[in-house]
Design a protein around this ligand. Structure first.
Ligand code: FES
Length: 125
């Protein structure tokens, strides 16, 4: 989930620790009749299989693109003095904490790349 604009592990925190915070969950991003662009991209690219990890993946995906836009570097950011840009390596590194037992990683990267405006050349129909 996203707390005050930062993604956190919902299972490792207590609600009482975030009293007064702005909390966004998958339901807060979009609804079936009005999907968030990341939710729509996950559907288009089959960014899930069983769906267990999907709410966290989508929330994290939205926050990751915001982190990059905000200029927050990651472990694969080559130049810490330059504006960070969305690359496949940045997406993979920043999403590495979101595990998917179904192994939908490549499709998740494609969905996020589409939302970020990257051309991957591996798009689904
Ligand atoms: S879609 Fe099944 S664990 Fe990720």
């Amino acid at each position: 989930m996203i707390v005050d604009g930062r993604r956190i592990n919902a299972c490792l925190t207590l609600a009482v620790m975030h009293q007064g915070a702005e909390i966004t969950t998958i339901e807060g991003l979009g609804q079936p009749d009005n999907l968030h662009p990341m939710q729509a991209a996950f559907i288009r690219h089959d960014g899930y299989q069983c769906g267990y990890c999907t709410p966290g993946q989508i929330c994290s995906g939205v926050a990751v693109l915001a982190e990059i836009e905000a200029g927050i570097p990651s472990h694969v950011t080559a130049d810490l003095t330059a504006q960070t840009t969305v690359t496949e390596a940045e997406i993979r590194e920043r999403m590495s904490g979101n595990l998917c037992r179904c192994g939908a990683y490549s499709n998740i990267v494609e969905a996020m790349s589409e939302v970020a405006g990257l051309e991957t050349g591996r798009r689904h129909a």
